[in-house]
Design a protein around this ligand. Structure first.
Ligand SMILES: CC(=O)[C@@H](O)[C@H](O)COP(=O)(O)O
Length: 256
């Protein structure tokens, strides 16, 4: 079970809701992924014009926990305003703080992310900040009361996978709140690797929505999360420099 604040989830895979070819494929992908948590950008979600399509109308909303994100916010003030807007729907008190500090890399603004986390925690939200893989910042976010930290594997939408496994390991080792690797995942192997490193969960979007077959990829990600977690719990063998024979050599009665 993954516990984030007062929430508990069987699935450790969180899914984004953007950039799918169409709503039917998206619905099938979400089903196959086994996810219980869907994140969406409050600013980009059409909740104002009932004549325009809205993905939330296509799914059984009671099956999912919604994690609105503050994408599009440029500072803490705007992020807090967006979080309150989402909370006004009465459907979610969780929020993913996403404050982009650089339009080219889409890397988060650390100062504003910390500020927004402090304010939203004080307001009673369950707060999951998206952060870079900065070890010190991840600790400060936890100390500010974040209910989970979400370090990026690599830039959003890049599909580069985990570019700094060492930093992620340090964050995982030091954290007493869940670590959910968010952004940059490109393949099931990346997902399994994050989970094998000891991450508590993975949040991804583009790897599924942009796959040739999003429905199959969503299912693959489900198994990757489960396999990676199982591998982590099982404890991998240490890496050695030289070969070690797989079969025992003692008691062999034939040969020279
Ligand atoms: C949907 C969402 O919240 C993204 O901002 C998230 O960070 C996922 O990134 P990828 O699209 O790289 O998986």
């Amino acid at each position: 079970m993954l516990k984030v604040g007062n929430y508990q989830f069987k699935s450790r895979l969180f899914l984004g809701t953007g950039k799918y070819p169409d709503f039917d494929i998206q619905k099938q992908a979400v089903d196959k992924s086994g996810t219980e948590v869907l994140t969406f950008s409050v600013r980009r979600m059409n909740i104002y014009d009932p004549s325009l399509p809205n993905f939330l109308e296509k799914i059984d909303v009671d099956r999912y926990t919604f994690l609105p994100n503050t994408a599009g916010a440029k500072d803490a003030k705007e992020a807090v305003r967006i979080a309150k807007l989402a909370a006004a729907s009465g459907r979610c008190d969780m929020v993913k703080v996403e404050i982009i500090g650089c339009n080219k890399t889409l890397l988060p603004d650390p100062v504003e992310t910390l500020k927004a986390t402090e304010e939203l925690v004080a307001e009673g939200f369950t707060v999951l900040p998206y952060t870079s893989d900065d070890v010190v910042l991840a600790k400060k976010l936890e100390e500010a009361g974040a209910h989970a930290v979400m370090p990026g594997a690599s830039p959003i939408g890049s599909g580069q996978g985990i570019i700094n496994p060492l930093n992620l390991s340090f964050i995982i080792e030091q954290s007493s709140v869940p670590v959910i690797v968010d952004a940059g995942i490109g393949s099931p192997a990346d997902t399994a690797y994050a989970m094998e490193l000891g991450a508590d969960g993975v949040l991804l979007n583009t790897a599924v929505s942009g796959a040739d077959n999003p429905v199959k990829m969503a299912e693959a990600m489900k198994y990757a999360v489960e396999a990676g977690r199982l591998g982590y719990e099982a404890g991998r063998i240490p890496k050695k420099d030289y070969a070690v024979a797989s079969s025992p050599e003692e008691g062999i009665s034939v040969g020279n």
